[in-house]
Write a protein that binds this ligand. Structure first.
Ligand SMILES: [Fe+2]
Length: 383
């Protein structure tokens, strides 16, 4: 702690000016204050040893733990070392750096600290400036100790109120943020439910694709488990499988259901469902970025000839590579308008042959290796 080693302005002057009042107020006013467990802390900043001594004694009698500093730098060192104090009484005019500089630092670094400035006799305009800056009060020299005591008591009351207000404000903001998070989570859940319903309606228009997304989600999670993916990624695969073709909502029925060969424009329209789907799910970008990647990239091919971006190999996200296999398998094993159903064994063979070109061979191997094909068999068996 930085303390003055000499009095720059002489303690005698203070004693002469404030002698009678010192005697008046230094009588113990709150003897019980010593027994209060958490004593408030105060810092007295003045280059005058005598003034510091007088203020220290007064504040100690008011129940404070008091530290001293003989200048701005010393005060900041004390605070940096020992932490925030409830009250700072600082002289305005000190060598090197003046009290307003300290006040400005305190307001930024220790906003809950109450600062009382001590000004020279008649220096009221500067004191008013300090109040404008953020000091809670000011004292004029010569120091009148009853006045100091009253101002300190008021400053501490104000501080307690401000700290409580700040605490309430912080609590309110935290509650509000929690509410917003809950609400946005609920909104996202509702959004997902709406999109899932939209997919169901989209597929319900076409008997040949009914249940496609649900099955793709099912196959995708089977593959994900076979690859020992984390449970969170499995959940993402489930959602991605359900939503991968959401962009087809914007594709004309006439194109989707066309039995004959497609024109170049119609092919472009169908391909657009990847990009359109990603855009439709933009609200999920922060929480489910992997799902958006799948929606955009589930028609990419590992040999780089897919769409919409022509990505190669691992440039395509793993989840998209998985959904790609699941999607193709379901397309082959479901009756589509444009071709007939393939038996399961034949579909597996197609996947095997396309591994390394259209599909990730690791994913295909995982799918072929899985024994969890009961759902496939069950769906293909007559009910
Ligand atoms: Fe698709």
């Amino acid at each position: 702690m930085a303390m003055t080693s000499s009095a720059h302005r002489g303690g005698a002057a203070l004693a002469a000016a404030a002698g009678p009042t010192i005697g008046l107020v230094l009588a113990p006013s709150h003897p019980a204050a010593e027994s209060v467990p958490a004593r408030p802390r105060a810092l007295v900043v003045d280059d005058d040893d005598e003034i510091r001594r007088v203020l220290r004694r007064l504040l100690e009698r008011e129940g404070f733990d008091v530290q001293e500093a003989d200048g701005v730098d010393g005060a900041l060192e004390v605070l940096a070392h020992d932490g925030e104090v409830g009250l700072v009484i600082s002289d305005l005019h000190m060598p090197h750096r003046n009290g307003t500089e300290l006040l400005n630092e305190l307001l930024v670094q220790y906003p809950d600290t109450s600062v009382i400035m001590v000004t020279g006799d008649g220096d009221v305009s500067t004191a008013v400036e300090c109040l404008k800056l953020g000091a809670v009060d000011y004292l004029s020299k010569p120091i009148d100790l009853p006045v100091v005591r009253a101002r300190v008591a008021k400053a501490m009351r104000d501080r307690a109120r401000n700290v409580e207000l700040r605490r309430l404000q912080q609590t309110f903001e935290e509650d509000l943020q929690r509410e917003v998070r809950t609400l946005s989570h609920r909104n996202r859940a509702m959004f997902i439910a709406q999109v899932q319903m939209a997919v169901t309606m989209l597929e319900a228009r076409d008997a040949y694709t009914r249940g496609h997304s649900r099955r793709v989600a099912e196959y995708s999670t089977v593959i994900g488990r076979q690859l020992d993916l984390d449970v969170m990624l499995i959940d993402e695969l489930q959602l991605a499988g359900e939503l991968h073709d959401i962009g087809k909502i914007g594709t004309p029925d006439a194109v989707l259901r066309k039995a004959g060969p497609l024109t170049a424009e119609e092919v472009a329209q169908i391909r657009r469902h990847t990009i359109d789907g990603e855009a439709m799910l933009a609200a999920l970008r922060d929480d489910h970025p992997a799902v958006l990647q799948v929606v955009r990239s589930h028609h990419e091919r590992v040999d780089g000839t897919g769409f919409p971006d022509g990505l190669c190999g691992n440039e395509i996200s793993l989840l998209a590579r998985i959904v790609s296999v699941a999607d193709a398998f379901d397309a082959m094993t479901s009756t589509r308008t444009y071709r007939e159903l393939q038996p399961t064994a034949s579909a597996f063979e197609v996947l095997r042959q396309a591994a390394g070109a259209q599909f990730d061979p690791v994913v295909v191997t995982a799918f072929l290796a899985t024994q969890s094909l009961a759902a496939v068999e069950q769906r293909n068996s007559p009910t």
